[in-house]
Design a protein around this ligand. Structure first.
Ligand SMILES: *Cc1c(COP(=O)(O)O)cnc(C)c1O
Length: 368
């Protein structure tokens, strides 16, 4: 008996690496700053290693990851660009950080002193950045404590402080606060002793890079915009969506008027309706809470509405106006024709969460 043929995937995410390169270069050119590419959470659901391997070939200064598990995957993939940990570490993680020469950000003196001890025990030096809490409330030294912390940390022989960073809580929501935050960050940096030894000064995420200027920063940390989505609506930049979430019509049936569709029968047909059942659901990360918010999909060149509740593995679409559809036809849930921002809005959430919510069942398919 010959080997069974492999069926085409039922739902998949097409990841366009040419679009990724385009967006990276747009970010790189925009602020004339170096770039730390933020690839946490499996590169926002796009797949850590393929995204990192692509960006590793670009004019990139750091990869930013959320935790040591992600850092380890990058190291094991043979990534050449230095790897920066965006958040604080707990004690049991730090030995590996030192041994693998990842760059930690320092949030407390306790963290700094522990890294110093571990580095000296290994006869090495840890390169690190200091984090300043200018309003995020998630980690770092308060601005008023930062000059003295910097002096104290520089006195630790096992550490070399080569940078300083802070984070923006509302660059896409509160312009006035963010302007003040940029100003006070710049003023703080300008006041630091031996400031020229801080090679890397960074504050901006995507929204910060797209909307604000700094007198002191040398590096930006974009995430979302690399994947083709601007967090601000008025950005003067052309980004290309990297991910297209796709599936296929499995079954097409004609239902009479008055027939309920999906759990709860929240939708009942009011005419004879051609209903396509599509092989994707909330088990793939398509948000169930879009139910009732008029979600649409793109099939054969046009938008059609989804009907009734999103189920775990299937959704139903109204194909009455598309008589040419047939089972196996490809549909787009979001991508070049349906912006992910639209799905996020209908789900009452943000594009970051839609991307990172696409589950492992969805095969990532790379092109470009
Ligand atoms: C996630 C993150 C970023 C990237 O944010 P985007 O809004 O996706 O550009 C930058 N800096 C830090 C500290 C982060 O945690």
């Amino acid at each position: 008996m010959s080997a069974a043929p492999e069926s085409p995937p039922r739902s998949w995410a097409e990841v366009d690496l040419a679009a990724l390169r385009h967006n990276f270069r747009a970010a790189r050119n925009l602020g004339h700053q170096q770039i730390m590419a933020v690839v946490k959470a499996s590169a926002y659901g796009h797949g850590l290693e393929p995204i990192a391997n692509t960006l590793d070939q670009e004019d990139l200064t750091f990869f930013g990851v959320a935790n040591v598990g992600e850092a380890r995957r990058l190291s094991e993939a043979g990534i050449q660009t230095p790897i920066y940990l965006l958040g604080g570490t707990f004690p049991a993680e730090r030995e590996e950080v030192v041994a693998r020469q990842w760059l930690p950000c320092l949030n407390t003196m306790e963290e700094a002193e522990h890294f110093d001890q571990l580095a000296r025990a290994r006869g090495s030096i840890v390169e690190a950045h200091i984090t300043v809490d200018t309003g995020m409330g998630r980690g770092g030294f308060l601005p008023s404590d930062t000059p003295s912390a910097l002096i104290a940390i520089r006195a630790l022989p096992g550490l070399r402080v080569t940078g300083i960073g802070s984070h923006l809580p509302c660059a896409d929501e509160d312009n006035a606060f963010t302007i003040t935050q940029f100003n006070s960050f710049d003023t703080l940096i300008e006041s630091l002793p031996e400031r020229e030894k801080l090679t890397h000064v960074h504050l901006a995420n995507s929204a910060g890079l797209l909307g604000y200027q700094s007198r002191t920063t040398t590096l930006a940390r974009p995430g979302l915009m690399l994947y083709g989505v601007s967090p601000v609506t008025n950005a003067d930049i052309s980004l290309r969506p990297v991910m297209a979430l796709k599936s296929r019509i499995a079954v097409i049936r004609d239902l009479p008027s008055g027939h309920g569709i999906s759990y709860g029968r929240t939708f009942v047909t009011t005419r004879t309706t051609k209903v396509g059942t599509i092989g994707i659901g909330y088990g793939d990360g398509y948000p169930r809470v879009t139910t009732g918010q008029n979600p649409e999909i793109f099939v054969r060149g046009r938008r059609v509405p989804l009907l009734g509740r999103i189920t775990m593995d299937q959704v139903m679409a109204d194909l009455t106006d598309l008589p040419e559809c047939s089972p196996g036809d490809e549909v787009e849930l979001f991508g070049p024709n349906i912006p992910v921002e639209e799905v996020a809005l209908r789900a009452g959430t943000i594009p970051w969460e839609i991307f990172t919510g696409i589950t492992p069942r969805v095969e990532r398919v790379y092109k470009g």
